[in-house]
Design a protein around this ligand. Structure first.
Ligand code: GAP
Length: 503
């Protein structure tokens, strides 16, 4: 199966592998290797470019990953961030009760109480999938990971299950720095932790993962001044009505209509949905594999007055990659009440607590989708490879001397030293040139730059396209500019120089 192949290549080529593997691993934790770090960082930086830097009023912060119990009491996570759990009485395995029932019976049981889930397990005679043992009564399990901070026993703090709370508790500090009226947004990229009952599906359900979130604060009585830019765009929406009928047909809907018909809760969330649709396509995810699903009331998180999940079609089915929530003034209000701080802002002479919409992106799920949709099985070429979009390819270029003799390595190192400060690049002289192309393709390296005997005569090199395997000849003095233009898709390979080989 394709995904297993990808998981193997990802491990072998240094993208991602199970954490603490030499000790048997720890379920739900993965480590990124050199190529994985480059890919992850580039995805995060492209996100910053697209969602933060391109906006006048969105700013990035970085807050602590461990926060005291009081924060989580105020946010509601202590009470409501729970999943239903059941345990096998024979082999002691744990299961998320709702998922297990859904898998075994295809019933939709989201939002049911523990006693209702226990009754279904009994009625349908659901047993432990591993040993067929009897399952326990269902109870709720809090997903936050706790830790003791400092030597005093009892001083419990929690690893954050979302980056968002670091933004809410800092609202006053941030608002006074920004000195702008509403609306404004605060972004954060970083690690989050959830003690998932059953981590699974590679990078999909982890216990330590990476999020990119924006809290966008606004006055609910005023329309979004940016909405006009995207109002006429169409996005694929899976409505609640379709889901209730058990259907999966999406409606291509203009955003202005979705807002007017109150399918989307407001034009602030609509703005981010438009941008998400565009961004994921720019990452190489086909538009047919993206949809926005209106979450059913029983699935909607405790803090939200309406959620739209951006889902991607994976090898195993559709899965949320971005959660879009209308958190209203829930968080600010609650932190005001618990901390005694004031988060009022003055809008047109009136004191208000801002409302917030939140697009929350999962980095790891995005990486899974990018690997899945960039992977090319290629019988003709003789090896499999990744067609990463040039902006996020871990390496932009690999520099090769045609052979390791006759001054070619020295000349190739000169070219490599010129490229490396500007683009992620590596130097490779080991093995035949064919093998080096194969290795570069497998890592998704966008361009191969080869130094040959002609280079010594006329200071030209060949550039090989990973995607077409075509090669053009260009002058070294123009190389940086050409690579820049190719990465940014300002030109195609054939515009870059004289075509020397085509497959
Ligand atoms: N602040 C809101 C929030 O955290 P969420 O829908 O629970 O909302 C947002 O999470 C995104 O974070 C998800 O769409 C998903 O991409 C990612 N995510 C959540 N839990 C995850 C997990 N256990 N493993 C990997 N990614 C996860």
């Amino acid at each position: 199966m394709e995904i297993e192949k990808i998981v193997q290549i990802a491990k072998r080529r240094g993208f991602v592998w199970p954490s603490s593997e030499i000790y048997g691993g720890l379920s739900g934790f993965f480590d990124f290797g050199p190529l994985g770090v480059l890919l992850k960082r580039k995805i995060e930086n492209f996100w910053r470019e697209f969602f933060v830097k391109s906006e006048e009023n969105i700013f990035e912060v970085e807050t602590a990953t461990i926060m005291p119990e009081k924060v989580w009491r105020a946010s509601g996570h202590l009470e409501s961030f729970v999943d239903p759990i059941t345990q096998c009485k024979k082999c002691n395995s744990f299961y998320r009760a709702d998922n297990l029932i859904q898998e075994k019976t295809k019933m939709s049981v989201e939002g049911l109480k523990p006693e209702e889930l226990s009754a279904i397990i009994k009625e349908k005679e659901i047993k432990c999938p591993k040993c067929k043992g009897e399952l326990s009564e269902v109870r709720v399990f809090n997903l936050m990971l706790s830790t003791q901070v400092g030597p005093a026993v009892g001083s419990i703090s929690y690893l954050r299950p979302e980056t968002a709370q670091g933004i809410f508790v800092n609202f006053k500090n941030i608002a006074s720095f920004i000195r702008k009226g509403l609306p404004f947004g605060i972004a954060q990229v970083g690690r989050s932790y959830r003690n998932e009952i059953s981590p699974r599906q590679w990078l999909i359900r982890l216990r330590e993962f990476n999020q990119m979130e924006i809290e966008y604060f606004f006055n609910p009585e005023k329309p979004n001044p940016n909405f006009e830019k995207v109002a006429k765009e169409k996005v694929p929406i899976l409505t609640r009505e379709e889901q209730k009928k058990g259907e999966e047909n999406v409606v291509e809907m203009k955003l202005e209509d979705a807002v007017k018909e109150k399918i989307l809760p407001n034009d602030y969330i609509a703005y981010f949905i438009a941008k998400e649709f565009l961004w994921y396509q720019q990452l190489g995810i086909p538009k047919e594999a993206i949809r926005f699903r209106h979450m059913l009331p029983e699935e909607t998180p405790h803090y939200s007055a309406g959620n739209f999940d951006m889902e991607i079609k994976f090898d195993f089915g559709w899965k949320e990659v971005v959660g879009n929530a209308y958190r209203t003034d829930h968080d600010l209000k609650s932190h005001m009440k618990h901390s005694g701080e004031s988060f009022f802002v003055v809008e047109s002479g009136k004191k208000i607590i801002p409302h917030v919409v939140e697009p929350s992106f999962g980095v790891d799920r995005t990486i899974y989708a990018v690997l899945l949709y960039s992977f090319r099985e290629d019988k003709k070429r003789g090896w499999d490879w990744f067609e990463f979009q040039p902006k996020i390819a871990p390496y932009v270029a690999a520099v090769f001397p045609l052979v390791s003799k006759d001054d070619l390595p020295e000349k190739a190192r000169e070219v490599y030293n010129m490229i490396k400060p500007c683009f992620d690049a590596y130097y490779d002289e080991a093995g035949s040139i064919g093998k080096r192309y194969a290795r570069a393709d497998e890592a998704g390296t966008f361009l191969g730059i080869t130094i040959d005997y002609d280079t010594l005569k006329d200071n030209t090199v060949t550039i090989r396209s990973r995607d077409t395997t075509e090669q053009v000849r260009v002058e070294i003095k123009k190389l940086l500019e050409i690579v820049w233009k190719l990465v940014n898709k300002e030109i195609g390979l054939r515009d870059a120089g004289k075509l020397v080989t085509s497959p």
